[in-house]
Design a protein around this ligand. Structure first.
Ligand SMILES: [Zn+2]
Length: 249
């Protein structure tokens, strides 16, 4: 694929033997886009760092299980290559964020992945709020699989982390992350949603879900999310959720 940052859209072969399936893992944000900024033990916890750490760990687990993995990014960068006009005062413009999300979607399609898992962490004004939630798109032809994937990932993470179960939601129920007027009108997550001319010309072609395992605005959860042991726990849980999904149970 053209127009990508170094280390973006990287395919990783399974540890041994031939791959049965390809899993696309998308660590949210990156580069100029830190995502949520939380605090733990007096230090900042950036969503972009935590998503990459969890995604990298999940990739290792899945490769050991015989899956091929494609990561949307493997470094602290965007996926789409940015130019100077793509940022204002050090922050990505709305159109750059849009292009970055489209690039992630195109990468998943180019990988012919069986499944798309986007990893994010949550935020809320009230720091006492915590827990796990997962989003899927309900209007795709494979919406039933989207929902099953979302349920499997959500259940696995809630069990493993002991977080409060905030439930599984459709991406139409997302209120906050409308990047622009066009994004608000679209009413879906770019990586999960249907085609919309000029906005999402090539929608993702496989079941997908976006999971937010914890809130980085909750200091207890931010502490877990910032530590290698906590990141490994999330990765192991996501692997269990994927195993359940692939088993079709
Ligand atoms: Zn995010």
């Amino acid at each position: 694929m053209n127009g990508l940052e170094a280390g973006a859209c990287m395919g990783l072969d399974p540890a041994g033997g031939r791959a049965a399936k390809t899993v696309f893992i998308d660590p949210g944000h990156g580069g100029l886009d830190p995502g949520v900024v939380g605090m733990a033990g007096g230090r900042q916890v950036l969503e972009k760092d935590v998503t990459l750490a969890v995604a990298t760990r999940l990739a290792s687990l899945l490769r050991a299980d015989g899956y091929r993995v494609v990561l949307s990014r493997t470094a602290d960068s965007s996926v789409a290559k940015l130019s100077t006009s793509d940022s204002v005062a050090g922050a990505m413009t709305g159109s750059a964020v849009h292009r970055d999300l489209v690039a992630r979607t195109l990468c998943a399609n180019a990988a012919a992945a069986s499944v798309l898992v986007s990893i994010h962490f949550d935020a809320f004004d009230d720091p006492s709020v915590g827990g796990t939630e997962t989003f899927y798109d309900p209007v795709r032809p494979f919406a039933a699989d989207n929902k099953r994937l979302a349920n499997d990932l959500q259940a696995a993470v809630v069990v493993a982390l002991g977080t409060s179960d905030r439930g599984v939601w459709t991406d139409e129920q997302l209120s906050a992350p409308t990047l622009t007027a066009a994004g608000g009108q679209y009413g879906h997550l770019i990586e999960l949603g249907p085609a919309a001319a000029g906005w999402v010309d090539s929608p993702s072609q496989m079941p997908g879900a976006l999971i937010e395992p914890m809130f980085l605005t909750n200091s207890a959860e931010a502490r877990v999310a910032s530590q290698p042991a906590g990141q490994q726990k999330v990765a192991v849980a996501l692997r269990a959720g994927l195993q359940k999904f692939f088993s079709g149970a």
